[in-house]
Design a protein around this ligand. Sequence first.
Ligand SMILES: Nc1ncnc2c1ncn2[C@@H]1O[C@H](COP(=O)(O)OP(=O)(O)OP(=O)(O)O)[C@@H](O)[C@H]1O
Length: 340
Amino acid sequence: MSIEITNVNKRFGDFVALDDVSVSIPTGQLTALLGPSGGGKSTLLRIIGGLEQADTGRVVIEGVDATNLPPQKRNVGFVFQHYAAFKHLSVRRNVAFGLEIRKRPKAEIRSRVDELLALVHLEQFAERLPSQLSGGQRQRMALARALAIEPTVLLLDEPFGALDAKVRRELRDWLRRLHDEVHVSTVFVTHDQEEALEVADEIVVINEGRIEQIGSPDDLYDRPANDFVMSFLGPVTQLGDRLVRPHDLQLHTGDPAAGDIGGQIARINRIGFEIRVDVATTGQPSQDVVVTLTRNEFRALGLDVGAAVNLRLAPESHTTPAPPRQPTPADTAKSLTPSH
Ligand SMILES: Nc1ncnc2c1ncn2[C@@H]1O[C@H](COP(=O)(O)OP(=O)(O)OP(=O)(O)O)[C@@H](O)[C@H]1O
């Protein structure tokens, strides 16, 4: 394991940012810390890097107890969303910075920087100033600079967060390929589930200062531990008292079999390749259930709004118990209405 975090607690005043967090991050992998805003991802990353001190608990990096080490003694590389480059230094000098302050021989620095610039595809921009790069190029420079010192771990805090969606997607693919080349243990913070699912070998889901689940993208998507992970990692709908993925529901127009739930189609939406069908179940109370079908499935069924249909769960699909329903204003109004 490259990073062992044990029983870490962190408060800011009365606010509990991390609540008894323990996690092992494997060597050589790309691990995402994923969760909603304010959940504690950045705080955990900063504690790993030594930018923030845990109140209690331990951080061990590659077998070395780093709990009380300052950041510069942890051999970690950082990249943040808004990268602070030296504005007056060329791209080459920015990348060389960590090596220069470590007083490495000039020739070694030159060849290492050339190598890094090639790795991040910025060779032709070596003599430019950071202000003459695009946002995406600047983040690649930041990555090269963080890698220059040959860190034990690379810590990335929403590294593509400030970029537009298209560049973000490109850099995501690029980071995955880069990681396949250099294999440095990498921890990156994101609130974007698609980014985590696409890029990470392993995902740590963090919410309200606690770890909800740790697993591979497939584990988390197909076997979420609870309703939070289920809802955070993909689309969900509720059928009876279970949460289920809309594409795990089957819909048919024949005679109902045992366990089927009847309903009526309320709405049909075509979204690219998928068809989203909203079904109002006939039970009391009625539920609005979302089913997604492929175009071919939809055509074969010949469905229309108002049609009577039956719903069932596809074999081997995963469900989690739905959280208790919050009372709605309508419920409150009902309970206030005199019954006679
Ligand atoms: N220095 C600080 N002082 C006070 N509160 C802080 C401090 N740093 C973080 N917090 C609080 O701790 C909580 C967790 O913050 P953190 O940045 O770790 O969340 P996050 O999951 O990374 O969210 P985001 O994606 O929005 O950055 C937030 O409620 C935040 O306001």
